[in-house]
Design a protein around this ligand. Structure first.
Ligand code: ADP
Ligand code: ADP
Length: 231
């Protein structure tokens, strides 16, 4: 479970202060699939980066599976991140000169799994995303949708409890976007909690919770109502 209470995040550049999050409150439960929408600059990525322990915050309380994050040092946060969090990005972030097998291996190498265990995890996850027969291919030999599937396999190979996705379908055409969404729904049905930032209102309604961020704050949209367009 992930709980944020009155989180405040300020970016300071030169003499300019940007209040990216203010009084940000959210609870995400085990098994949720949360879609996050909101205008550009409203704080969605900031929220995701804090949730993923990539960024710190000024005020408030953030608990991840009962651990109070504000009292953890960098090393402890990094360890927690490696144990619990998988990331997927809009731009896939695959390494171009590594084949699919080696791309999925990258985060596993940080984590001290045995060679044999890594191989099993890589094969299982590439098969899960439908690319078990492409393990020696390079990313450039795949479509965008397939590349995002590799990125998802990489994010899941360490068996994180939370998958955080920032516009995972933003670079895909609508049919590939829908197939990536179908994959994310399967992954969620198998127990991984997902938080996905998206501009696509049609995809957002397929999640089991919708939250809207505006001006650094959350409002929850009840499901079942027609989604307001959120650019
Ligand atoms: P969104 O993801 O909703 O587009 P962001 O979380 O990226 O919004 O940004 C929220 C606000 O914080 C924006 O005003 C943005 O300009 C500012 N911001 C984000 N990252 C930084 C940064 N590294 N330095 C300074 N300001 C930032
Ligand atoms: P450490 O401080 O332990 O070296 P890193 O910041 O290198 O931690 O990131 C550890 C893990 O977090 C990575 O293996 C990766 O899964 C994830 N991660 C962090 N930042 C990024 C990023 N910008 N792109 C992709 N994954 C990231």
């Amino acid at each position: 479970m992930l709980t944020m209470k009155d989180i405040k995040k300020i970016y300071r550049t030169d003499s300019i202060e940007t209040h990216a999050l203010r009084d940000f409150n959210l609870q995400v439960n085990e098994g949720d699939f949360v879609a996050v929408t909101g205008p550009s600059g409203s704080g969605k990525t900031t929220f995701l980066n804090i949730a993923g322990l990539l960024e710190t915050f000024e005020e408030g309380r953030f608990e991840l599976d009962g651990v109070d994050i504000s009292h953890q040092n960098d090393a402890a946060r990094s360890r927690l991140r490696n144990q619990k969090i998988g990331f997927v990005f809009q731009s896939f972030n695959l390494i171009p000169d590594l084949n699919l097998f080696d791309n999925v291996d990258v985060p596993l190498r940080y984590r001290g799994f045995s060679r044999q265990d890594r191989k099993k995890r890589i094969e299982r996850n590439l098969e899960m995303v439908g690319l078990g027969n492409r393990m020696k291919h390079l990313p450039a030999q795949l479509s965008g949708g397939q590349q995002q599937r590799v990125a998802i396999a990489r994010a899941l190979a360490g068996e994180p409890r939370f998958l955080l996705a920032d516009e995972p379908t933003g670079n895909l055409d609508s049919s590939m976007a829908q197939s990536v969404m179908a994959l994310l729904k399967d992954i969620n049905a198998n127990g991984t909690t997902i938080i996905m930032v998206t501009h696509d209102a049609g995809l957002a309604t397929q999640a089991n919770r919708n939250i809207h961020v505006s001006d650094g704050k959350v409002s929850e949209k009840p499901m079942g109502l027609s989604p307001e367009a959120s650019q």
